[in-house]
Design a protein around this ligand. Structure first.
Ligand SMILES: [Zn+2]
Length: 257
């Protein structure tokens, strides 16, 4: 008995291989079986005429504060995004300088990117992740550490070479960062347990209509959701059904464990 069974879809498995017709059984967050035809499920989704593929990874976004302010992030799920990589361009939500050091400068630095987010109640990277996990999030988050944060935390906005003691402080902060990231840039986003339609993978899945999928937003009206994304699963749970984003928090912070 599956939680969900997706039937009749054109499966594009994410490896670049040609599509095949198959059924996908999902149970407790994982893809359990592919190409089976008959089995029981709590919900059967008929994907006739639709494409079933892995969830989309938004590899460069600045949603560092988005999921704290708005955990359901419907505008992301509506686009089929199941994982976001944040902490880009040298900027991340953590670490944060202490109140008595460079906090005010940091707040000014992040003001625009964070959309004026004020409720910063963490200092370390781990504290930020804990807070995000407690709050919940609709999609998964892969969080990088911004080098700008390390510099501001150590020496504010000073336009000069860092002193020895500041470098060693940055190194300590970097150690915390490296602990949570893979060592090579190419492997930074190694998400080995998801994003292939393959048995045992985490069920981050998008089902879309290839004939209808298109972006409808414009610079004048940027909030119009795209057309054609019908279902989105995040960790085996529905985050979008029949084009409507559900108010869910099935996403996770993805870290090396
Ligand atoms: Zn950027």
């Amino acid at each position: 008995m599956f939680d969900f069974l997706i039937v009749n879809g054109r499966v594009v498995d994410g490896t670049g291989s040609p599509w095949f017709r198959g059924s996908i059984g999902i149970k407790t967050g994982k893809i359990r079986q592919i190409a089976i035809v008959k089995d029981e499920a709590s919900e059967i989704i008929d994907a006739e005429g639709l494409v079933v593929c892995p969830g989309f990874i938004d590899a460069h976004s600045h949603s560092d504060f988005v999921y704290l302010a708005n955990p359901s992030a419907s505008f992301k799920v509506q686009q089929g995004v199941t994982t976001e990589v944040v902490g880009n361009c040298g900027f991340s939500a953590a670490p944060v300088p202490s109140r008595k050091n460079f906090f005010k400068i940091f707040q000014g630095y992040i003001e625009q990117i964070s959309g004026g987010f004020q409720d910063i109640r963490w200092t370390t990277f781990r504290e930020f992740l804990n807070r995000q996990e407690r709050k919940g999030m609709a999609a998964n988050l892969r969080v990088l550490v911004g080098h700008g944060n390390l510099r501001i935390t150590s020496m504010g906005m000073d336009d000069r070479a860092p002193a020895e003691r500041e470098i060693s402080q940055m190194k300590r902060l970097l150690e915390e960062a490296i602990q949570r990231m893979t060592s090579l840039p190419a492997q930074r986003f190694r998400l080995l347990d998801r994003d292939l339609i393959r048995q045992g993978m985490a069920a981050d899945i998008v089902i879309f209509d290839p004939k209808r999928i298109r972006d409808r937003s414009t610079y004048v009206d940027p909030c119009v959701p795209p057309d054609g994304v019908k279902y989105v699963f995040v960790n085996g749970q529905l985050a979008l059904r029949e084009n409507v984003a559900l108010s869910t928090s099935h996403g996770r912070v993805l870290v090396r464990r």
